[in-house]
Write a protein that binds this ligand. Sequence first.
Ligand code: SAH
Ligand code: SF4
Ligand code: F3S
Length: 473
Amino acid sequence: MAKLITKEQTARQQSFIMKLKEENMRYAAQNGHSRLALTETYGCQQNENDTERIRGMLKEAGFEFTSDTNAADIVIYNTCAVRENAEQKVFGRLGILKHIKENRRDMIIGVCGCMVQQEHITEKIKRVHEHVDLVFGTHALYKMPELLYKAMHEKKTVVDIEQSDGAIAEDIPMLRDDSNKAWVSVMYGCNNFCSYCIVPYVRGRERSRTPDAVLREVRELAAKGCTEISLLGQNVNSYGKDLDTETDFSDLIRMVNDIDGVERIRFMTSHPKDLSDKLIHTIAECDKVCKQLHLPFQAGSDNILRQMNRKYTKAEYLEKIEKVKKEIPNISLSTDVIVGFPTETNEDFEETLDVLRKVEFDNIFSFIYSRREGTPAAKLDFVLTDDEIHKNFNRLLEVQNEISKRKNDAYVGRVERVLVDGVSKTDENVLSGRCDSSKIVNFKGDKSLIGKYINVKITESHTWSLNGEVMED
Ligand code: SAH
Ligand code: SF4
Ligand code: F3S
């Protein structure tokens, strides 16, 4: 069982929330407006979920929110370390903040999350970005109230990047953006140590929340009218392995499926090695579970898969996919792919294309390999040049775009149940939502439909989205 953050520690943080709140109320009374906070999130859904906790704590502490950096009294970047460009973006932002802070001495700048859990990054921030007031890693998230209080009262940078296998903090307040859909983290950390990946180093070991804690959260969400639940974990399908109970991920899904008010269940990310027959049956049998599976394969060549430490072969992966397709005929499939792992040759890359052609994913998330300091793959020499890797990457996109378009074409004429998210990003007269398989559907409709499930007839397909018409009841 994972270590839980103690009640005393939680109460201690609550006391700092109250101290901050008193100060913020005094500030608001004197200035006629509240102190404003800005949060920015990089990386995966788990990080988004962490930011909801950060915002929850800030709200309870009396802050209000802004998206204007120039107006913010406190800025917190919740960072990602998975690829270099995510880190560069944050350093770029910190550079800009330096100028803003020159005229606004009281501004508090905080950087937290995966990136700063790496010591070399925190050292760089202390060296190059002295204007940063607060740095805390993934294991210190629950301590934010205390750390922030310190940062606001001490003149030196407050840092907490304690290394840890990780504990679980329950009962942190959460401020969610969307009232119809929610992320629920069911486990944290990763034990897989894929040779290219930094996540296990910055997120600690796999640890599952108890079924009780997860179900309580989902029940509370459902009671508030939230109908779509996405269960999150870096390896969500190894949920429960560390628990004293027998409950595994399939059992957990069934329990969530039984909760009144929940309409849709999604989950991510699954590791192919832990995709059991039981889970496949559970997806097939549970009516609320969306018929959609995100199953990263990363590379098609057995040699590269071995060097990546992925623990399956191309044939084993394809076999699992065949089983999934057989048991769940209309399943929508997606995956993650890395192009340009150091030892990957052009022949190896052909195997990746072969997997795309054989599986025919609905869509893929593709990445060019990024060297991560401290991981085993960082020591390997590259076989291909940057140019060759980029050429392969573009070929990958070409092959997949054709498949994605073809998959979307098959939706034309179908009627899909869509949860309406809001106004389309590209046209304010158009609404946008997602169908069961998570494809984006755009259609004309009244704003009163937001948050509702409606039937939409698909009339047109693009590579990334579908267009449709609302069906009258
Ligand atoms: N736990 C999940 C997701 C981890 S990060 C999983 O295993 O599927 C999301 C994706 O980022 C990974 O699936 C992988 O495709 C990609 N990724 C991870 N490390 C990377 C690196 N060093 N360079 C490029 N892409 C990487
Ligand atoms: Fe990274 Fe592999 Fe763990 Fe996914 S399973 S988080 S890719 S180490
Ligand atoms: Fe990035 Fe951390 Fe998620 S490294 S992908 S934010 S777990």
